[in-house]
Design a protein around this ligand. Structure first.
Ligand code: UDP
Length: 358
């Protein structure tokens, strides 16, 4: 297939602004290239593709980044800057419709415009929905596409898909990771880890509280999206509890993350998937997570980590004391079986191919 993959309008690929969508895009591109498809990526100016995606064409446009839907109020109107990346991207798609250059478009942006355009476009658009329900306008437009032709939608987890009004069972594609990029580490330091955008919906304060209860150091990797929130979390625990490591490229992240005894994953929202959970497992790091959202489908309780009652820092701390019961090799093996790039690309290919059938 000749596919046009439309990136997130939140910022350039490689900047971290797009959160998990960046890793999803790189994995999707490399995986589909490996399966012989021809890929063009449409992304913000300044974007870089991961090395294994270099065979894709990269089309870039400049414009103002979109404000993430996830920070919109539930009842907020749809907003987009007049000189925004989002309308720029979709103008390109509209120009391509009917030209016969592409067989389909794969949209990775969680924004209203691409969904709204879908039923009217003379080019099939497939949406990999990257978040659960955050806003009524998005819920409505996703439901609209679902009732028109739900085959155009795929989700990262069943629990995420359950947020939306669908007409039938969802297509769940999970996510995929380049396993060569993550090394299995069997000799951890006495260190706990937390990875994610530093923003309230990610619940860093609970992981910090658990680390502080245990008198343990918590290394934190990720882009500080909300500095005031980061400062409040820092102030909530004894000095030295949090070890801020910044946003690192995957290679450095996995090297450091692999040395952790456990990853704490504490989302406050219905996390669609939980890339960081799988990235930790790929390094052999057991995960202690809340039984909520995507991570509750990813962590195999008692085998690759522990799931605890959401919002209970005490339960988190207790579960951390039991991570030595988890075999780090089993963590890695689960990712090899369920979330490799190859497995993900196969699922994506099946999804798109089925969407073409009458
Ligand atoms: N990440 C990274 N370097 C860091 C911290 C995070 O590359 O130092 C990446 C991480 O690998 C993951 C993404 O940021 O793929 C966060 O994605 P996730 O799905 O966990 O959350 P989102 O930010 O999309 O809500």
């Amino acid at each position: 297939m000749r596919l046009l993959v439309v990136s997130t309008p939140l910022g350039p690929l490689g900047s971290g602004r797009g959160g998990g969508v960046e890793i999803t895009l790189n994995s999707l591109v490399a995986g589909l290239l490996e399966r012989g498809h021809s890929i063009t990526v449409l992304a913000a100016e300044g974007s870089t593709l991961a090395p294994k995606g270099q065979a894709a064409q990269l089309w870039m446009r400049s414009g103002r980044p979109q404000l993430s839907s996830q920070h919109a109020d539930r009842e907020a109107d749809v907003l987009m800057p007049a000189d925004g990346l989002l309308p720029q991207f979709w103008r390109v798609v509209l120009e391509q419709a009917g030209r016969g250059v592409f067989d389909a478009v794969v949209n990775l942006a969680y924004d209203w415009l691409p969904f709204w355009l879908t039923p009217t476009l003379d080019l099939p658009v497939f949406h990999l929905v990257s978040m659960g329900s955050v806003n009524a306008a998005m819920d409505a437009v996703i439901a609209e596409v679902a009732s028109w032709d739900q085959r155009r939608l795929a989700f990262h987890s069943a629990i995420q898909a359950a947020d939306f009004a669908l007409t039938g069972p969802p297509v769940v594609v999970g996510n995929g990771f380049d396993l060569q990029a993550y090394g299995l580490c069997l000799d951890p330091e006495p260190l706990l880890g937390w990875v994610g955008r530093v923003a309230p919906e990610k619940g860093l304060e609970d992981a910090a509280a658990a680390a502080s209860r245990l008198g343990r150091r918590l290394a934190v990797w990720g882009w500080v999206e909300d500095p005031a929130y980061a400062a409040a979390v820092e102030a909530s625990v004894p000095v030295g509890t949090l070890d801020w490591r910044g946003f690192l490229p995957t290679d450095q992240l996995q090297q450091q993350l692999g040395r952790c005894q456990a990853l704490l994953n504490t989302p406050k929202w219905n996390e669609a998937y939980g890339n960081v959970v799988v990235e930790a497992l790929a390094c052999g790091v057991p995960v202690v997570a809340y039984r909520r959202g995507g991570p509750s489908e990813l962590v195999q309780h008692g085998s690759t980590g522990w799931l605890v009652e959401p919002d209970d820092a005490q339960a988190l701390a207790e579960a951390v004391t039991r991570v030595d019961q988890i075999d780090r090799r089993r963590c890695r093996a689960w990712v090899e079986q369920e979330a490799s790039r190859a497995v993900f690309a196969e699922r994506l290919e099946r999804w798109i191919a089925q969407g073409f059938q009458n």
